[in-house]
Design a protein around this ligand. Structure first.
Ligand SMILES: [Zn+2]
Length: 400
């Protein structure tokens, strides 16, 4: 089997593994048949995923209480439960201006969470040091020993070259470009670290626990100070050949537009990222206007703020329409700071999608807001650890 195809099947299996873990967590005790019903996966897929989880020491089975002989004297139904005490995971989300850290058990139940503002011009080394301190504090809040942690997932706002965990050149944090982020963080935490792009983690989180739980093909669009998409195709996260897939913020929308931080002109980010919107409003609303204040004013009926957000939605929708024609997903989940505008933004997108996408592609794809809000990335980072635990951190997963 070619490498790419094998990789796809692996990724699909990991997303399904997360879905099984969540069915186990939500129900506490559950049979294989019930997992299949809840997740929509086939019985044989569920049996195989459960066998893996048992081999990893994450799942234990026991007969249903009080039914030692089964209802008709047959074999008693076997219930499975998740052994959350088998370990813990750490999630780290570096935003443009914030840093969020969370600790969860292996069923992705959050045990502790911390958030701090981050200077947008911070030096990468300082950011890593601060994150390491926050992880230590969060572990202490959660009462979790470092030796119990099987790994950390870390999200960064830029393309990540997966084989080396290197941050790509269009990253929104300039000081991070070219950095071997995973090994730098691993050295500080002394636990295994996986790094991924923030939009990919948002897609993973919304697909596993959020708005896209029933979708096999979904696009997660993050609209904040940068714009990026995470693509889940055929149930798997699609990263492209060098981690650049979904870099939607640098699609050309206006050939005569202003110069983008990437060096080209008129990229989507120059018209629809939060900074571009605030810039448009400076003359009328003052130099002190922030993104939060703009969203608040829009909710309060301010016409100028409503106009720029709606227009941003239309610009986003035009680019998204192309994506819908090319990829034909069933769901487009919108997250990031601007998603806080809700239908004001989404209606602008739907308008453009309705005009520019193939009618069938537009009809097929729902445009919805994410349900995980600004926690999507850190939850995705935790999901990355849990879903890839057996592959990436095999030596730490000893059956308990
Ligand atoms: Zn650009």
């Amino acid at each position: 089997m070619p490498q790419g195809r094998a990789g796809s099947l692996e990724s699909l299996r990991r997303l399904n593994r997360l879905r099984v873990i969540h069915a186990l967590r939500d129900e506490g005790q559950i049979s294989r048949a019930e997992i299949a019903r809840r997740t929509g996966l086939s019985r044989s897929t569920v049996s195989s995923l459960v066998a893996d989880l048992q081999a990893d020491g994450l799942v234990v089975e026991r007969p249903e209480p009080g039914s030692a002989h089964g209802a008709q004297g047959g074999r008693p139904p076997i219930l499975l439960s998740f052994d959350a005490s088998a370990g813990a995971a750490v999630g780290i989300d570096f935003g443009h201006s914030h840093l969020r850290v969370a600790v969860s058990d292996l069923a992705s139940t959050i045990l502790a969470e911390r958030k701090l503002p981050l200077d947008t011009d911070h030096d990468a080394q300082q950011g890593l040091e601060l994150a390491a301190e926050m992880v230590a504090d969060a572990l202490s809040d959660a009462g979790v020993q470092r030796t119990q942690v099987i790994g950390a997932g870390m999200g960064l706002p830029g393309p990540i070259e997966q084989s080396a965990g290197t941050v790509g050149s269009s990253a929104i944090l300039p000081g991070w470009i070219g950095m071997m982020a995973a090994s730098e963080m691993r050295r500080r935490l002394d636990i295994p670290v996986m790094v991924d792009n923030d939009a990919n983690l948002g897609a993973l989180a919304e697909a596993a626990f959020g708005a896209g739980q029933d979708a096999g093909d979904l696009i997660y669009l993050k609209v904040s100070s940068g714009i990026g998409a995470g693509l889940i195709l055929n149930g798997r996260l699609y990263r492209g050949s060098s981690g650049l897939a979904g870099e939607l913020g640098h699609v050309l929308v206006d050939p005569d537009g202003i110069v983008c931080r990437c060096g080209n002109r008129g990229c989507l980010e120059t018209v629809a990222a939060t900074g571009a919107l605030v810039d448009l409003l400076r003359r009328s609303h003052g130099d002190e206007l922030t993104v939060d204040a703009m969203l608040e004013a829009a909710r309060g009926g301010d016409l100028g703020c409503r106009r720029v957000i709606h227009d941003a939605g239309r610009a986003l929708g035009q680019v998204v329409a192309t994506l819908l024609n090319v990829l034909n997903p069933e769901l487009l989940v919108v997250g990031g700071d601007l998603a806080g505008a809700g239908d004001l933004l989404l209606d602008g997108m739907r308008e453009s999608v309705g005009r520019a996408a193939l009618p069938e592609a537009a009809r097929r794809a729902d445009v919805v807001g994410g349900v995980l809000g600004d926690r999507a990335q850190v939850l995705g980072a935790l999901a990355l650890v849990v879903s890839e635990a057996d592959r990436t951190f095999p030596t730490r997963l000893v059956a308990s």
